[in-house]
Ligand binder design. Sequence first.
Ligand code: TMP
Length: 226
Amino acid sequence: MMNGLFISFEGIDGAGKSTHIAALAEAFKARGRTVTLTREPGGTPLAEKLRALILNDSMDALTEALLIFAARRDHLTTVIAPALARGEVVLCDRFTDATFAYQGGGRGFDLEVLSKLELWAQDIQGLGNGFLQELGKKGEAAAILQPDLTVWFDLPPEEAAQRLVGARVPDKFESQPVEFFRRVVEGYADRMRGDSSRFARIDSSPPRELVWASVYQVFADKGWLP
Ligand code: TMP
């Protein structure tokens, strides 16, 4: 059986992740891999219900962080860890770096609290035996589950805002001012500094075909795509 691959995609709203995630799913399927395409907040019936609350209802910052990690825990235990244990490729539109960027950077919420929630929600010991065996095969001894790769689509907030004009009715986060997104970008940059080997930063300003070429190159360099 092939090793499971856990890949997350990040960036501010309007950075243009979606088409590239869909194209990567097709590229992996063309290589015979089974792909689980999922997103956060969401990815399970329970987490999708929490998503609707998180994106639309006003709440204090700790409540928001707790709901996000509750959704994440459900997603990890019922979808992500089982798929990885089966050797699948999990492509996840946003994961914990988004929490550090949006709640930590954007909202200015306590990073130490977020780190504690991350430890609890992503604790590998609690994710089931099949998954632990799979990690054992890879020779990893990490205490918390993180993506094997995080692709960060980096775009200046002003450009992202222009791309979003008229695109859809903005949710709670999309309707934030440009200064909020500047702090979100800083939040992503901080996360990348803290774990640089996990990240691939993609400049999302060029035309879509050129961005796709850079994305593909990252996967080819890792030997995951031809
Ligand atoms: P999406 O529109 O890319 O699906 O993302 C949903 C929104 O939720 C987006 O504005 C970013 C925000 N978000 C957070 O604030 N914290 C998180 O942990 C995640 C995963 C998303």
